[in-house]
Write a protein that binds this ligand. Sequence first.
Ligand code: GUN
Length: 283
Amino acid sequence: MAIAQRLDGKWAAGCVQADLKRRVEELTALGVVPKLVMLVVEEDEVSLGHVRRKARFARAAGIAAEIRTFSAGGGPEALRSAIDHLNGDDAVDAVLVQLPLPPGWDEVEIVGRIRPDKDVDGLHPENLGQAAFGRPRIWPCTARGVGELLRRYDLPVRGKAACVVGRSALVGWPIAQWFMAHGATVVQCHRQTPSVAHWTRQADIVVSAAGVPGLIRADDIRPGAVVVDVGLTYAADGPRGDVDPSVAERAAWLTPVPGGVGPMTIAMVAQNTVDLCAMRRGG
Ligand code: GUN
């Protein structure tokens, strides 16, 4: 039996970085250096790791990327005033608040405080609303990253049946919206779906963003499907995705974990930064 081809996010992210580097060089020649500022709670080691990877990628593309840390014990007020300051700083193109925030901090209010035209995550209600009305300013990074990965492998979306497993505000919901906006027929499964496999079996493209290791098995997949694993759980034996390795025997294309969607999400932070910069400052 044929084994699924690998959708290599590391390779695709490298291509994105090379393209961005050229675009940033053009902007820099006009005197414009795209600037990204990421705000993170210092006690959250996982979040710190994520923003460091995002900063490293962005800097390699020529973007000025900064990380500012906040203490969970200090309360959300310092984070709020940093956002207000960055909103008013003309040199800053993109602001990211790494989630999750400590318990009791109002994530919706805090993300909604970022100026929509500097919201690099595309999570501000205005940006989600613009996307829902078919006029997206910026797509959330994971959704855009999945789309860009499929595009780099020439895998079509328009007219296909896509099944998205998971409906989180950060990942599952925007991914389903992205597929719908790009011409797929979308089924979104979640915790209350009686039989997730009933829906995944009919899909040309399955995207799993449930955070449940091994949730998607070979029997749940139509032969020849494209399977995108957005799940990432840190198990005792290392990082695990939602997709069981047996799926490789049935799918035509499959993302690895790690090295699939993760690098693409990181790449899209840089891509969105440059797009926001060009939208706001021209170029
Ligand atoms: N936490 C996990 N993924 C993300 C992301 O893409 N953006 C933000 N802001 N926080 C995250």
